[in-house]
Write a protein that binds this ligand. Structure first.
Ligand SMILES: Cc1cc2nc3c(=O)[nH]c(=O)nc-3n(C[C@H](O)[C@H](O)[C@H](O)COP(=O)(O)O)c2cc1C
Length: 204
């Protein structure tokens, strides 16, 4: 049974990244009979920021941890298992000050775990979360997929770097962009993103 992990990160009720990412996940599910969608709304249910206890815990073998350290690593362990069980990951985020929503960054900090999702080898780090595809739905006021502001888009290069580090190199981006350029431009951008999502879902 294939599993689709849907991660949404916008706190906004009218979020475009959430709407289009959720729609994409539903469409992929329809294409893959028997598949399940596991949803994490990272804005409504924020994850704990990594702290002193957590960083100590993840550097130790499980049986060398204190009870408190094990408790601190518990949610991260759950998130890692969810990621490793997923075949497809659909992410919704806005471009926020040129990067992703901080709720999504916290999810990344919880799942990038040495020995679980990547490992260090003599020839460098190796990703362990292989064989998965990631779809990123990125909503933004400006236009960053191309043109003069493209170099200011730190969200997509960052997500590609971090997923590549975890062993996932198949990353597809759906831009919902130019939303700040008036209602007509926004409507056009939303229509184009929905059409792209439809196209990608049919190919999933
Ligand atoms: C605090 C904040 C920072 C933002 N920073 C940027 C930015 O750097 N570049 C941009 O094009 N849009 C920026 N925006 C606009 C958002 O990307 C846009 O509203 C997008 O639709 C947010 O995604 P969402 O609809 O899924 O919440 C920002 C919006 C907010 C509220």
């Amino acid at each position: 049974m294939s599993s689709i992990l849907l991660l949404t990160s916008s706190p906004r009720a009218e979020s475009l990244s959430t709407t289009i990412a959720a729609d994409l996940a539903a469409k992929i599910q329809a294409q893959q009979p028997g598949s399940v969608v596991v949803r994490r709304d990272l804005a409504a249910n924020p994850l704990p920021h990594i702290d002193d206890l957590f960083t100590a815990a993840i550097r130790k073998p499980v049986d060398a941890r204190t009870a408190e350290e094990n408790a601190a690593a518990k949610i991260s362990d759950e998130l890692v298992n969810e990621l490793l069980a997923a075949d497809t990951i659909v992410i919704g985020t806005g471009l926020i000050n040129f990067n992703i929503y901080s709720s999504l960054k916290t999810w990344i900090d919880n799942v990038a775990r040495a020995g679980l999702t990547f490992k260090y080898t003599e020839s460098g780090p190796v990703g362990l979360a292989t064989g998965k595809k990631v779809y990123v739905v990125l909503a933004s006021g400006g236009v960053y997929s191309q043109g003069p502001a493209a170099g200011l888009n730190h969200a997509v290069p960052y997500l590609k770097t971090v997923f590549g580090f975890l062993g996932i190199t198949d990353v597809e981006t759906i831009y919902v962009e130019g939303l700040a350029f008036g209602p007509e431009a926004a409507e056009k951008a939303i229509g184009a993103a929905k059409a792209r999502a439809e196209e990608l879902a049919l190919a999933a």
